[in-house]
Design a protein around this ligand. Structure first.
Ligand SMILES: Cc1cc2nc3c(=O)[nH]c(=O)nc-3n(C[C@H](O)[C@H](O)[C@H](O)COP(=O)(O)O)c2cc1C
Length: 349
């Protein structure tokens, strides 16, 4: 194992030793009994590959095209809040390290750093939004993201309510108010109607596209029929996610939900996946199962313990592992991985 791969495998142990308990609890938090969160990492290990041999794998290309935009690696940083709780440089460190690898960062609408400062790092970035009950309250934040150069908007739809966590701590300390939602107008949280919307529907995709002029991605889809409704309503991509097991416990693992969603809408829209992705081989398993891109939530946060250098090391370790996996499966590109899934019924695409 290379030093970077060993470091990656020990990411959580290292963060446990370094992070203050409330921050660690927040990052690792899982809904309910933590069943979905703990299954997520194991689920990728069930994927079986059928590698090619005798192919020229001297030169590799890890790049992918997402919504018409070239990114140099097939994994991106999923939206996560409270990055400044992990390291004082917060989103800026994540953005700088991700820009350096030519990767994509999805920035939470709850971020603690102004969008224009994140954009100033040169990172390619998309905005993730939670829409409030009163949609108009989100408009200033959306305008700031567009002005700062977000190139897509990701609507998270699996969060009509935030469940009370039971694992690992019952009441993790909340971030300081100033560390969240800095891109909203002052006083946003006290406004009537600032609660998360419980009536999201296909019409919201139109509304977001109109307000931002950006392609809309729907994050938090697990069922092919919902994916179909999203694509019919104009979604340019569907993001298969169970929120890292932080929302509804006992949801299906995303690796098991992915094939049916790809089969339903993969011909018309891009399909992304996240949840429990911890290694380069997990990334390749996901692209082999039909994902156009793979996102990581907790891993970049745990790497952020070491600031920009930590997130850079995460990207380096993943680059090394994905490159190795491509060569060992006889694939030169990410598109080549589509054919390497063993035809087990649960993973056939
Ligand atoms: C600390 C933390 C904060 C998160 N905040 C958001 C958020 O603001 N918006 C969102 O759509 N998802 C959020 N997520 C979910 C991630 O985007 C992603 O779906 C999930 O973490 C993927 O699973 P993984 O952590 O196993 O990689 C958060 C996840 C974590 C761990």
């Amino acid at each position: 194992m290379s030093p970077d791969a060993r470091w990656l495998a020990q990411l959580e142990d290292r963060a446990r030793a370094v992070l203050p308990a409330p921050v660690l609890d927040y990052v690792l938090q899982a809904a309910g009994d933590g069943i979905t969160a703990s299954e997520a990492t194991q689920a990728w290990r069930r994927v079986r590959l059928l590698p090619h041999v005798m192919r020229d794998v001297t030169e590799l290309d890890l790049g992918v095209s997402l919504l018409g935009q070239h990114v140099d690696v097939p994994w991106g940083v999923a939206p996560t809040t409270w990055q400044a709780g992990v390291h004082p440089d917060g989103e800026l460190a994540t953005a700088r390290a991700t820009a350096a690898v030519g990767g994509l960062m999805v920035v939470s609408s709850n971020a603690g750093t102004p969008f224009d400062r994140i954009a100033g790092t040169g990172v390619d970035w998309w905005l993730q939004v939670y829409l409030p009950a009163d949609r108009t309250l989100a408009e200033p934040m959306l305008a700031r993201a567009v002005a700062a150069g977000a190139t897509a908007v990701v609507l998270t739809v699996d969060t009509p309510v935030v469940p009370v966590p039971s694992q690992p701590a019952d009441t993790p300390d909340l971030p300081e108010p100033g560390a969240l939602r800095i891109n909203f107008d002052d006083g946003y949280d006290a406004e009537p109607g600032a609660d998360k919307a419980t009536d999201l529907g296909p019409h919201d995709l139109d509304w977001l596209a109109e307000r931002t002029g950006l392609p809309v991605v729907v994050k938090g889809v697990l069922r092919p029929d919902d994916a179909r409704r999203c694509v019919d309503a104009g979604a340019r991509a569907v993001w298969v996610s169970n929120h890292g097991g932080r929302q509804l416990d006992r949801t299906v693992a995303t690796v098991d939900a992915l094939p049916a969603v790809v089969a339903e809408v993969g011909g018309e829209a891009e399909v992304y996946v996240d949840g429990g992705v911890r290694s380069g081989l997990d990334v390749v398993a996901a692209t082999a199962a039909g994902a156009a891109a793979v996102f990581l939530g907790r891993s970049p946060l745990l790497a952020l313990v070491d600031g920009e250098a930590g997130v850079a090391r995460l990207h380096r370790a993943l680059t090394e592992q994905v490159s190795e996996a491509l060569r060992l499966t006889g694939c030169r590109t990410i598109a080549d991985t589509r054919g390497i899934l063993a035809a087990e019924p649960a993973h056939r695409v």
